[in-house]
Design a protein around this ligand. Structure first.
Ligand SMILES: [Zn+2]
Length: 401
């Protein structure tokens, strides 16, 4: 049997039996209910919230997804549904398990939201999370291309999910700047309560340095809406345009007076500097952070920075006191629920985490990926330095009175 036939057979016969395979594996999220009933975790959580005003704690980076079975506003690439594309399919299954939506076949979209609401319900009152819509890949001809998109989350869907849980959820729109209607779409989103705009340039075919973005930048600046942009390498979504993730390409937005949040502080991947040399993307982010004209305009979110192989960048972020006022905490949910991505042992080995905290953090992770992410970051330390409360109290960044 050739490879294609084999994979087709696998899809037809084995896939249904493999539903839930991630959860059953040692690498899976067991999705235990509630919070662990033990004193060590209770003490960990008490220290996590000490010195924080929960009403100002917003998680600024979270993904809304699903598989499209809710009938409104969620679409994922058919490539993710079949074992003919094993990497994409495995990725999908890991993400669904990370979000505990894997146990609800036929109702995955609803389960995704319900579980997120439950995780937030275990936070003190007032704490919120910013959920991202996700626009299609668009061609240079300004038209959406589902064929090149990994997933699509309609702005109206993000808006409606946020409205259904106003005490816990906020939302960010995603609008491709090459669209003819990009400015009116932005105005509509702003009027409907969007707090920011999210782009993934490498996966959506957006060149942030292109003059084609200028009208959109002008509108963002006028509406005072921040732009959260993925920079550096991307691992979850098909990245067809790696060069668009270069942090230096953010200068056009910054020069247009847009407040820009560089997702993950560009902590992963390499990009070319002005002289064409490949350097860590993080070095290019660092260079922009050091430019005085971008103070008050360029920010970084620390989502995903506890993932494996980003320890050096995390150490730098902890060490640079002068950056702390420009950092925003985000979880990159559902990724903290994907066990293979964050190794507590590695963080301890890299002197970022007290080894005594590995066990309680691990138990917390089995129940609540969001509180796990927050507790972990509140306890990170590098040479005695920790992230101040302001990194977590991000509500004010969104100009909420
Ligand atoms: Zn993300």
């Amino acid at each position: 049997m050739n490879r294609r036939l084999f994979l087709a057979a696998l899809t037809a016969f084995a896939a249904p039996a493999m539903a839930g395979w991630v959860r059953k594996s040692p690498l899976g999220n067991p999705c235990k209910p509630g919070l662990p009933d033990d004193d060590e975790v209770r003490a960990l959580l008490a220290r996590t919230w000490e010195g924080l005003d929960p009403t100002r704690v917003w998680d600024v980076h979270a993904h809304l997804t699903g598989v499209g079975d809710g009938g409104k506003g969620v679409w994922i690439s058919p490539e993710m549904e079949t074992w003919r594309h094993p990497t994409m399919r495995a990725r999908r299954d890991f993400l669904l398990n990370a979000s505990c939506a894997d146990a609800a076949p036929g109702a995955v979209d609803a389960a995704y939201v319900a579980h997120l609401a439950r995780l937030m319900g275990d936070h003190p009152a007032g704490a919120k999370i910013l959920l991202f819509a996700f626009d299609h890949y668009h061609g240079d001809d300004k038209l959406p291309q589902p064929r090149n998109s990994t997933f699509f989350i309609h702005n109206d869907y993000a808006r409606d999910v946020a409205r259904a849980h106003p005490d816990r959820f906020e939302w960010a729109a995603s609008i491709h700047p090459y669209r003819d209607d990009c400015v009116p779409a932005l105005e509509t989103a702003a009027a409907a309560g969007a707090r920011a705009v999210k782009w993934l340039p490498t996966g959506q075919n957006i060149d942030p340095a292109s003059p084609r973005c200028d009208n959109f930048y002008a509108a963002l600046a006028r509406l005072d809406l921040p732009l959260i942009v993925h920079v550096g390498a991307e691992a979850t979504v098909k990245a067809r345009h790696e060069e668009f993730g270069n942090p230096l390409r953010l200068r056009r937005a910054l020069d247009a007076r847009v407040r820009v949040v560089a997702a993950h502080c560009a902590s992963h991947g390499q990009d070319r500097d002005e002289r064409g040399r490949k350097v860590p993307s993080f070095d290019l982010f660092t260079r922009l952070m050091c430019m005085p004209e971008y103070a008050g305009r360029l920010f970084g979110d620390i989502s995903a920075m506890t993932q494996n192989n980003r320890s050096a960048q995390m150490q730098t972020v902890l060490a640079r006191n002068e950056w702390h006022g420009r950092l925003l905490n985000g979880s990159d949910y559902p990724l903290p629920g994907a066990r293979p991505l964050i190794s507590l042992r590695k963080l301890a080995h890299d002197d970022l985490l007290d080894p005594a905290l590995i066990a309680p953090l691990d138990r917390l992770r089995n129940h609540n990926a969001l509180l796990f992410d927050l507790a972990l970051k509140r306890h990170l330390a590098w040479e005695g330095k920790r992230l101040p409360a302001s990194v977590f109290q991000t509500r004010d960044f969104f100009r909420i009175a």
